[in-house]
Design a protein around this ligand. Structure first.
Ligand code: 13P
Length: 259
C-alpha cells in the first residue's frame, strides 16, 4: 500500500518572486505539469502572489499553499494572515513551523500547535516542519528533538485530525547549505517518525501518513532520497525557484512508484 502513495513535491518559494515573476514561474510549471501527473505538485509562493499563482495553474492538478498562517480568523493582529484569507485566495495547504520562522520570528511548538488547529478548522492541510540543528545532531540529540517537537505540536491532535496533516522533516543544517541529509540519515528519522505515529495513533495511521524530506533537495540527489521506504516526497526551497529543476525533482519522485 505505502509504496503506491502519490509522491508530494512542494516548492517553498520563501521570500522570492514578485507577483509578475511568480505568475510566470507558475505558468511555466503548469505548462509541463501533465508530464508529472503521478506526483502531487504544490506551489507555495509569498502571500502577495497566491491569487496570481492560483490563476496561473487553473485547469491543472497543481495545488497552492501558503508559508504561514495565524491562529485567529480575524482581528487586530497587524501583519498576520488568517486561514480564512488564505482559503479564499485559493490555498489548500499551509506550511507551519518552518525552521526559519522558528529561528527568526519566535515560532514555538505551542504556536505551531495553535496554527495547525486553525488551519484544520478551515480545511487547509498543514505541512508541519520539524528538524534538528547541527549542534543537536552532533550531540546525538536528533531523535529526541524530533520526538519532543511532535509531542508538543501535533501529537495532541485527535486521530481524525492527525490524518489530515503532512509532516516535513527538514534538518536545519541541510537547509540552503547544499549539504543534504544522506538517504540513510533521512530514512533513519522518517522511520523513527513513523514508529512514533504507530505508537501514538496505531498502524493504519502510520502507513497513511505523508512525511516529506526537505533540505538541499536537487534533481541530482532526489532519486536516492525518494527511494527510501519512508520518504514520501519533498519540500524544496532553492531548486523550486526554476521550473526545470522543480519539474526534474518531480520526475525523479514519480520513479519511486515505477516498477
Ligand atoms: P533548500 O531546498 O533551499 O535547502 O530549502 C529547504 C526548505 O527550507 C524548504 O522549506
Amino acid at each position: 500500500m505505502d509504496s503506491l502513495k502519490k509522491p508530494v513535491v512542494a516548492g517553498n518559494w520563501k521570500m522570492h518572486k514578485t507577483i509578475t515573476e511568480a505568475r510566470s514561474l507558475a505558468a511555466e510549471i503548469a505548462s509541463k505539469a501533465a508530464e508529472v501527473r503521478e506526483a502531487t505538485l504544490i506551489l507555495i509562493p509569498p502571500f502577495t502572489a497566491i491569487c496570481e499563482v492560483k490563476k496561473a495553474v487553473e485547469g491543472t492538478e497543481i495545488k497552492v499553499g501558503a508559508q504561514d498562517v495565524f491562529w485567529e480568523d480575524q482581528g487586530a493582529f497587524t501583519g498576520e494572515i488568517s486561514p480564512l484569507q488564505l482559503k479564499e485566495a485559493g490555498c489548500e495547504f499551509v506550511v507551519i513551523g518552518h525552521s526559519e520562522r522558528r529561528q527568526y520570528f519566535g515560532e514555538t511548538d505551542e504556536t505551531v500547535r495553535k496554527k495547525v488547529l486553525a488551519a484544520l478548522r478551515h480545511n487547509l492541510t498543514p505541512i508541519v516542519c520539524i528538524g534538528e540543528t547541527l549542534e543537536e545532531r552532533e550531540k546525538g540529540q536528533t531523535l529526541e528533538k524530533i520526538s519532543s517537537q511532535l509531542e508538543k505540536s501535533v501529537f495532541t491532535l485527535s486521530p481524525q485530525d492527525f490524518q489530515k496533516i503532512i509532516l516535513a522533516y527538514e534538518p536545519i543544517w541541510a537547509i540552503g547549505t547544499s549539504r543534504n541529509a544522506t538517504p540513510e540519515q533521512a530514512e533513519e528519522v522518517h522511520s523513527f517518525i513513523r514508529n512514533l505515529i504507530a505508537e501514538r495513533y496505531g498502524k493504519t495511521q502510520t502507513s497513511c501518513a505523508i512525511i516529506l524530506y526537505g533540505g538541499s533537495v536537487k534533481p541530482a540527489n532526489s532519486f536516492s532520497l525518494i527511494r527510501e521506504k519512508d520518504v514520501d516526497g519533498f519540500l524544496v526551497g532553492g531548486a523550486s525557484l526554476e521550473a526545470e529543476s522543480f519539474l526534474a525533482i518531480a520526475r525523479e519522485a514519480v520513479r519511486k512508484n515505477e516498477g
